[in-house]
Design a binder for this molecule. Structure first.
Ligand code: GLC
Length: 653
């Protein structure tokens, strides 16, 4: 669309750009800037248009985009163009991701580089390296309290090592994902230190108040994120003698995006990491980017505008780079991070499917798929060119963010049901073999979340301790079942390091006073490579889990119906223990359809095939489980699904 005001501003900006920028060959940059400028202008104006210095800041914004474009390597630029051409490239079923801490996985970046073969052996081709930037040692929040946005913690490695790793991954066709902690900085970041020292410019980077008047107003409606370790949303800074907004930990200062300088600084950081070779940027805690008195200060409209503006600007400088929204919020809110009211994603192309994750754990505890079915049904379809990250575990707690209406519809009372889940996964519930810990218990609201490694939550720790072979078997089946779901649901499966060999919760954090209060450290392990070696020994726990996952990954890559084009149809069944969906490929024949069916119960369950045959002609022939090659048992046209097992049923090959 041609819009006079924005285009005349653009002309002025181009005339006023610094001479060193004007001298460059910026052909592609200008084409993209022209195409995106109306959107960029509108968003920047909606956020900052009332300021007197609006024009000056708009020039600065374009200068940052142009400067980072000039620095972008020829190789990355060529890749940008290729991805513009083939813009749905990431919806393909070939992608399988893993998130890991470089130090926990392999000591440091160098170690990680020499262990890439392991990821390839498993079939992982997308790597999310958890944050590794400089953080205060005693107040790091697992890497999310950053004190320098451009410096890697020297204990983990250097920029050169990261570039080498990136280059080695690119050669192997692997994608690199890096974090950008956009919502806050550590209180030891240079900006915070300057603010503390009284520098007004940097005090305006944060939400800083001389007394409790405004903080108290905010507190009336803002929930607490870490109620046990960091109650409230403000911290009194002795040195400054003022109150700072700290939504997460008291040492994490929230950035104030109503200041355009903050936006421009953080865009610069995003583009910096894009230029270091990141294919995907994970934007941390995006729901919190805008604060407003009288609201929860989550999911505000302006938070979405900020993300749209970041996306539009990134599209000009580094269009091949994708964004992941880390927004662990209510199901109907999560979906908005793809960009509301659009056809194709215009905020983040990828979002964590926290809803599916939590629902899977619900099915595990209740042994039925009632809430899982309802929760997935209430999840609206995604936009085009948008995809989920489907995961079972990550470095954080498991929040029970279901929709209360779905809980009621499933026949439970919301408060009691959430309590049951916490009791179940912390092993308090009679008969539970899970070994998690509560996280973020809030005495005022009764809320709690859950920490613990996948294996320990699935009963493996308990079973191994008891030496109970049957229970070990059951835990392994559960681990594989959960992976079978994230690999077939639609979206990119995101594995978590250690889960592929059944790593138990790590209790060493309890001995470290900086970590002891935060049970999420249970699920941030150091990989035991001797244990990992046992994946080659037939019959070991490690081999059974590793090979199970490896085979699923290999099978997934060959199943076009598992690509993500909103091509999943949930199937209503009479049997509440089963969860089933049909996957088809929009451009391939029905004969490629795959019926996914999972049994969450401890007993075998039956599926009446005639109930679902009408859905796809193809389901009439002989069906084969595509990840094991097995032809499953049929009894009077009923499919028998053993306890905690799943099938990907397709055309027998
Ligand atoms: C994200 C991270 C979490 C961190 C929080 C604050 O939710 O995943 O680990 O504590 O942001 O940065």
């Amino acid at each position: 669309m041609y819009e006079q005001v924005s285009h005349s501003l653009l002309n002025e900006i181009l005339d006023e750009l610094k001479p060193e920028i004007r001298r460059q060959d910026l052909r592609y940059f200008y084409t993209r800037l022209g195409a995106n400028f109306y959107a960029i202008y509108s968003l920047f104006h909606a956020l900052y248009g009332t300021r007197e210095d609006f024009r000056e800041k708009a020039i600065k914004l374009v200068e940052v985009m142009a400067s980072r474009y000039i620095e972008r390597s020829a190789e990355l630029e060529a890749q940008d163009k290729e991805r513009e051409l083939n813009h749905n490239w990431f919806l393909n079923q070939e992608w399988v991701a893993m998130a890991l801490y470089a130090d926990g996985f392999a000591g440091n970046l160098d170690g990680l580089c020499s262990r890439i073969y392991y990821l390839q052996e498993l079939g992982v081709n997308m790597l999310h390296i958890m944050p590794m930037l400089l953080c205060p040692e005693d107040a790091s929040d697992g890497g999310y309290a950053v004190s320098d946005f451009r410096r890697i913690d020297p204990r983990v490695g250097s920029l050169e090592e990261l570039q080498q790793l990136g280059a080695s991954m690119r050669k192997r066709g692997m994608l690199l994902t890096l974090d950008v902690v956009v919502n806050h900085t550590s209180d030891e970041h240079e900006w915070a230190q300057k603010a503390r020292a009284g520098d007004k410019k940097y005090q305006d980077y944060y939400y800083i108040f001389p007394n409790r008047d405004i903080p108290d107003m905010f507190e009336e409606t803002m929930p607490e994120i870490f109620p046990e370790t960091s109650p409230g949303n403000f911290t009194y800074d002795e040195e400054m003698g003022q109150w700072v907004m700290t939504v997460f930990n008291s040492f994490q200062w929230d950035l104030n995006y109503s200041n355009p300088d903050v936006f421009i600084e953080m865009l610069d950081v995003l583009l910096f990491w894009a230029n270091q070779g990141a294919d995907i940027l994970r934007l941390d805690a995006v729901a919190f980017l805008w604060k407003k008195i009288g609201t929860t200060s989550q999911n505000e409209r302006e938070a979405h505008l900020i993300l749209q503006l970041m996306k539009d600007c990134c599209q000009v400088t580094a269009p091949g780079v994708l964004f992941i929204a880390e927004a662990i919020v209510a199901p109907l809110e999560i979906i908005k991070y793809f960009g509301e009211d659009a056809v194709i994603a215009k905020e983040c192309e990828i979002a964590y499917n926290a809803t599916f994750m939590a629902l899977l754990w619900d099915a595990m505890a209740t042994r039925n798929a009632r809430l899982l079915n309802l929760g997935i049904k209430s999840l609206p379809n995604k936009l085009d060119r948008a995809t989920w990250l489907n995961y079972v575990r990550c470095h954080d707690d498991i929040g029970l963010g279901f929709d209360d209406r779905d809980i009621v519809a499933a026949g439970y009372e919301p408060f009691a049901h959430r309590k049951f889940l916490v009791d179940y996964f912390t092993g308090q519930y009679e008969g539970s073999d899970a070994r998690g810990q509560p996280f973020g218990r809030n005495e005022k609201t009764g809320d709690a979340r859950i920490s613990g490694s996948l294996a320990s939550l699935a009963g493996l720790e308990n079973a191994l301790e008891a030496g109970d072979e049957k229970a070990i078997d059951r835990a392994i089946q559960r681990i594989l079942l959960l992976h079978g779901m994230i690999m077939s649901f639609g979206g990119i499966p995101l594995l978590y390091y250690g889960d592929d060999i059944g790593t138990l919760s790590d209790y060493s954090y309890l001995r470290d006073p900086n970590k002891a209060g935060d049970s999420r450290w249970m699920n941030r392990p150091r990989i035991d490579w001797e244990k990992a070696e046992r994946r080659h020994q037939h019959g070991t726990v490690e081999q059974r889990i590793f090979d199970g996952i490896r085979k699923m990954i290999a099978a997934r890559k060959g199943i076009p119906a598992f690509a993500d084009f909103n091509n999943r149809e949930l199937i209503d069944l009479d049997n509440p223990h089963l969860f089933a969906y049909l996957r088809t490929h929009p451009e391939q024949q029905q004969s490629c359809a795959v019926l996914v069916v999972a049994n969450f119960d401890a007993n075998p369950q039956y599926l009446e095939l005639n109930q679902i045959r009408y859905r796809s002609l193809y389901l009439r022939g002989t069906l084969q489980d595509l990840h094991t090659g097995e032809i499953p048992r049929l009894f009077n046209d009923r499919l028998v699904i053993p306890p905690y097992r799943f099938y990907w049923l397709g055309h027998a090959r």
